[in-house]
Design a protein around this ligand. Structure first.
Ligand code: GLN
Length: 298
């Protein structure tokens, strides 16, 4: 049996390559599937360098400070904290966006919503400039991606969370679109007056009963209020549509992200407000119904 000692050994030196393998194995043993790429991202961040530099310097000794930082990161990751929160950023639509605790991490499937929004904005006459509103912007991903790809567009992006709005502001400024993305604190559209031409939203749409079944990264670490859409997942989306009924232009377009099971309920609700509207489903990259487009007819 080993006896506890009251002196510490000098820290042995370690090469980056050895530490990297060690981290990869730890992640793997906790069931983290993308262990290789995650290990390299965590190590590069701990070293304050790019992954390319990390691989160029694999046989260097890892500095003590970076080693400590990396061990801290790995410990957090083993507690199933999402990688994006540890790295404090996430790529979305080719943009590196800051993310932080308390704010939903943008998902790849939402890039489809951005593609569609860009097309619909570009299909409208440039003058007068269309009034585009995104509800529930979180870290600003959708609005910033649109503003970065459509010159001259101006958007209103709302959220109920101050933490999200302040992060969205930083992200918009970082990507030089701060003057085009107007951030507004609002519970859905309650603060709005005027006419909206294009309404976009990725609101919380998971059924409440699904929340405890989500991956621990989501369930334990992401803000549940950004995911929970009530009993049938449709609560906020339907509330948004009811609020929008007085605010939309007669030829407005609405683009909403949701789960496939929700289309029927939401279409039924929307038909009670706009009986002559046209409804189109759009599929995401995994061929799942993901976006509902509602076109009002003038
Ligand atoms: N697609 C998200 C997820 O599965 C849910 C997003 C949302 O509720 N808006 O985690």
């Amino acid at each position: 049996m080993s006896k506890s000692s009251n002196f510490t050994l000098p820290n042995s030196t370690m090469r980056i390559v050895d530490k990297l393998l060690h981290v990869e194995k730890s992640l793997q043993s906790y069931g983290i599937t993308e262990s290789h790429i995650e290990a390299s991202l965590l190590a590069a961040t701990a070293l304050g360098e790019s992954r390319a530099d990390l691989y160029a310097n694999l046989y260097d000794e890892i500095p003590e400070k970076a080693l400590l930082a990396l061990d801290g990161f790995v410990e957090r990751r083993l507690q199933r904290e999402p990688l994006a929160y540890i790295l404090q950023n996430r790529e979305f639509y080719g943009l590196q966006l800051g993310v932080r605790h308390g704010v939903f991490i943008p998902r790849p499937e939402t890039e489809l919503l951005v593609d569609l929004a860009i097309q619909r904005i570009q299909n409208r006459p440039a003058q007068p400039t269309p009034a585009v509103v995104e509800v529930g912007t979180g870290c600003g991903a959708i609005s910033i991606a649109i503003a970065s790809n459509v010159s001259g567009v101006s958007l209103y992006a709302t959220d109920i969370s101050n933490v999200a709005l302040s992060l969205a502001k930083t992200n918009a400024d970082t990507h030089d679109v701060g003057e085009f993305v107007h951030l507004v604190k609002s519970d859905l559209l309650t603060c709005f007056i005027g006419t909206i031409d294009i309404l976009i939203a990725n609101l919380p749409y998971l059924e409440s009963s699904r929340i405890p079944t989500l991956a621990p990264e989501i369930f334990l670490h992401e803000p549940i209020e950004a995911l929970d859409g009530g009993l049938d997942g449709c609560r906020l989306i339907n509330q948004l549509l009811s609020q929008a009924s007085n605010l939309l232009a007669s030829d407005a377009t609405i683009l909403l992200e949701m789960d496939p099971e929700q289309f029927t309920v939401i279409v039924e609700h929307a038909k009670t407000i706009w009986p002559t509207a046209e409804f189109t489903r759009h599929y995401d990259l995994s061929q799942t119904d993901r976006i509902l487009e509602i076109c009002l007819n003038s």
